[in-house]
Design a protein around this ligand. Structure first.
Ligand code: CUA
Length: 338
């Protein structure tokens, strides 16, 4: 008899263990994109339905597997055993296993429909803050009509105040999804979908476009920063202020900005009024740029300006053929716009 070497089994076990660790590494109960920790009334409503379905499935699954195990053991084949009594066409069983799943669906449907009506039909209270959310290929625009503030990819909200998000799709279908605040809801060209929610507590919540919308769909991220009302008011005041005056190399960057095609797409209040790309008036105040892809440092911004489509496939922002020095000046100017 040949002996089997032990090492293939050991290597196999190691590979399985590493895969399990890698998989579990993605599981964080209270991570920034957790779907099981709710931070708004809307998220709590949907999570309650989620809980009912999960518990119902767990109980039914346990019952089924226990019954299956018992039946497999009880009616296992034995030497000399006879064929058990056949129950094909058993009317009572047929009726029972038709009614049971229908009952389960009914139990799940009642709270689901309640939550749908409660969250879809809710009229916005007079105190609500409305934000127009536009999903573009591949970034998010946030407009606060009552505050006269426009920003991109970083949505600031106050705690404890009802928020109405009016979702508009200027180009293709996207889906707005910030798991801890609730969602996801499609952003559809030609109509306005609405999300109403009240954030509970300060924090930074991550979001992601959840509808395939082209080459950089996965690169269409967002951050929601929920702040106490006083901190939110300070943010609004800073965003309403004019763009700061650049100094030194940054001033040269502003000249480049106004001479190049930048002005055709971007708004910097008092400098340019383009409408196709993100408003950059306070670009430097955002922690990340490129729809949540990179931290806003002069080095990262210069690399981006040099060749956007190379860093973000399909980017609508073209390669303008800038040299290193010009890209650096522009990056210094843009990051100075706090
Ligand atoms: Cu926008 Cu996917």
């Amino acid at each position: 008899m040949k002996t089997v070497p032990a090492w293939p089994a050991a290597v196999g076990a190691l590979v399985v263990a590493l895969l399990v660790v890698a998989l579990l590494g993605g599981c964080v109960w209270d991570g920034p994109m957790s779907t099981v920790v709710a931070r708004s009334d809307l998220a709590r409503s949907t999570l309650s339905v989620y809980g009912i379905i999960t518990w119902a499935s767990a109980i039914i699954g346990t019952l089924v597997f226990v019954a299956l195990g018992w039946i497999l053991f009880r009616f296992r084949e034995r030497p000399g055993g006879r064929l058990p009594r056949q129950i094909h066409g058993h009317a009572l069983l047929e009726i029972a296993w038709t009614i049971a799943p229908a009952l389960v669906l009914l139990i799940i449907a009642i709270p689901t429909i309640q939550v749908i009506f409660r969250t879809q039909g809710a009229a916005a209270p007079a105190s609500a803050l409305t934000v127009t959310v536009r999903g573009w290929q591949w970034w998010w625009e946030f407009r606060y009509p009552s505050l006269d503030v426009v920003t991109a990819n970083e949505l600031h909200l106050p705690t404890g105040r009802p928020i109405v998000l009016d979702l508009e799709g200027p180009d293709v279908i996207h889906s707005f999804w910030v798991p801890q605040l609730g969602g996801k809801r499609d952003v559809v060209p030609g109509r306005v979908n609405r999300i109403t929610l009240t954030p509970d507590r300060p924090g930074e919540y991550w979001g992601q476009c959840a509808e395939f919308c082209g080459a950089s769909h996965a690169n269409m991220q967002l951050r929601v920063i929920v702040e106490e009302p006083a901190a939110f008011d300070r943010w609004v005041a800073a965003q309403k202020a004019p763009a700061p005056e650049p100094e030194g190399d940054a001033a040269a960057g502003r000249d480049l900005f106004t001479r190049h095609a930048c002005v055709g797409c971007h708004t910097i209040r008092g400098v340019a009024a383009g409408a196709l790309g993100p408003d950059l008036t306070h670009f430097g105040s955002r922690a990340l740029f490129g729809a949540g892809l990179w931290t806003t440092t002069p080095e990262n911004v210069a690399a981006w300006i040099k060749d956007p489509p190379a860093l973000k496939p399909g980017s609508r922002m073209p390669n303008l053929g800038l040299n290193d020095a010009d890209a650096k000046s522009l990056a210094l100017y843009l990051t100075s716009l706090k």
